[in-house]
Design a protein around this ligand. Structure first.
Ligand code: TYD
Length: 138
């Protein structure tokens, strides 16, 4: 689970005009991208996310500024520092995630494998632990 969370470095085409980063579903992102949203204007002391998803996989990229993502599979935790516009973190389904420590200029781009469905979000951590325990014992 946690070991499946990993940085993805996207190809960059830079020249004297600036940088261009290329992201393609089923190519350098390991799923078909169905949804894109972005988060900005969150203060340093805000913690976003605080959920896991039954089905959605994500890639998070700080296209501007910096933030941190803590991922948790109910047993292990890992912190990813997002601070480069051409590097994202892949987060599979059923991983709990907290996004925090947003810089003032942070724009956190989120790519998802699924359309939004509130019912596939697990927002209670105790319930999440229960689900993961049941999964482990199945
Ligand atoms: P939320 O999941 O709390 O955001 P984050 O994970 O970044 O902390 O979403 C905030 C609100 O926006 C919540 O009411 C659900 C809604 N929302 C959508 O309608 N569609 C979406 O794709 C997302 C990500 C959120």
């Amino acid at each position: 689970m946690i070991e499946d969370c990993k940085f993805i470095e996207f190809s960059q085409k830079g020249d004297e005009r600036g940088h261009l980063v290329i992201i393609e579903g089923n190519e350098n992102v390991p799923f078909d991208i169905k949804r894109v949203f972005y988060i900005y204007g969150s203060d340093r002391d805000v913690i976003r996310g605080r959920h896991a998803n039954y089905h959605s996989e994500f890639v998070l990229i700080n296209v501007s500024g910096t933030s941190k993502v803590k991922v948790d599979d109910g047993i292990n935790q890992q912190i990813f520092h997002l601070d480069r516009p051409h590097v994202g973190v892949y987060i599979p389904k059923l991983v709990w995630k907290d996004m925090y420590d947003f810089s003032e200029d942070s724009v956190l781009l989120c790519l998802s494998s699924e359309h939004y469905d509130a019912d596939e979000y697990i927002r209670d951590y105790d319930q999440y632990l229960k689900i993961m325990k049941e999964k482990e014992n199945a």
